[in-house]
Design a binder for this molecule. Structure first.
Ligand SMILES: [Zn+2]
Length: 286
């Protein structure tokens, strides 16, 4: 392992917090020169910083993941997020979080995912939804492997007749659509990925001092590993060093598709795991 000074660690943590989990190519390039190290080793050495964003009150098991694109040269941080007093199936895994960060920041390709520990079956299935997942290299503490090796004979999107993949550019564009929501929330709604239920959906959390946080629905062919838009937004908050009960929230807006809606209930359950009285404004698109 590299010796990363406390100062550099704090500087990187601040950059990650300010950007919602992104490490820009220029920063990675400078680090590769500074430490005379190639990208894969650098990503693995940055994992403790990713894991420092973990919120794991149930397991006390801090997981860090970093998704990397060799096209854009950017890295995207992920950490696990557990909710006290809520069903364990609502936990956000670090690998989901990293892919979510990449997706929300407009990334269209992931070539590598570095993880502090071997990915669980749930995460292998989640990664399998990503575009060109068969080409993703998985960097683990003691070995580098591939998703294909970790998930042979897989059940994938095509098995349910879905020809699209997570991180594909969303084809549906309707910029003129008028809804009582912000333009940014509408864009996340449009970019959400719901090929199985049809319920495009997104969440906006508006705060007084820390800006707005967004999340999008990311479905999975095996259904259970799907990431709800609220989980997606809360994961982004965690990467900013925040939880929803430590900031002043002015509004939580959920937009989903009227015909297929399925996110209202799960959003309330997740919010109920926090101290405080959170109300969700629900907007349905017909
Ligand atoms: Zn996992």
């Amino acid at each position: 392992m590299l010796t990363i000074s406390k100062e550099l660690e704090q500087e990187l943590q601040q950059k990650i917090q300010a950007s919602g989990g992104v490490i820009e190519k220029s920063v990675l390039d400078a680090l590769m020169v500074k430490f005379d190290i190639e990208i894969k080793l650098l990503l693995q050495n940055l994992l403790p910083i990713a894991a420092s964003f973990s919120i794991a009150p149930i397991s006390n098991f801090n997981v860090g993941a970093i998704a990397y694109s060799n096209t854009s040269g950017c890295a995207y941080i992920g950490s696990n997020l557990e909710f006290n007093h809520s069903a364990l199936c609502l936990v956000v895994h670090a690998e989901q979080s990293a892919i979510n960060t990449a997706w929300l920041n407009g990334e269209t390709q992931i070539s590598h995912i570095a993880i502090t520990d071997a990915p669980c079956g749930h995460c292998r299935q989640f990664i399998n939804e990503v575009k060109q997942s068969e080409q993703i290299e998985i960097l683990l503490p003691n070995t580098n492997t591939s998703l294909t090796e970790l998930l042979p004979h897989s059940f994938g999107p095509a098995d349910l007749g879905n020809q699209t993949r997570l991180l594909d550019m969303s084809e549906e564009q309707n910029p003129d659509y008028k809804l009582p929501i912000s333009q940014m929330l509408f864009e996340h709604y449009q970019a959400s990925y719901a090929p199985y239920s049809g319920n495009k959906s997104a969440v906006e959390i508006r705060t007084v001092q820390h800006g707005n946080f967004y999340g999008r629905y990311a479905e999975n062919v095996a259904y259970n590993p799907s990431l709800s838009p609220l989980q997606s937004a809360l994961s982004q908050m965690a990467l900013s060093g925040l939880t929803i009960d430590m900031v002043e929230v002015t509004e939580i807006n959920l937009v989903e598709t009227e015909q297929f809606k399925n996110q209202s209930g799960v959003s309330e359950v997740v919010l109920n795991s926090f101290e405080g009285n959170f109300e969700i404004n629900k907007v349905y698109v017909s």
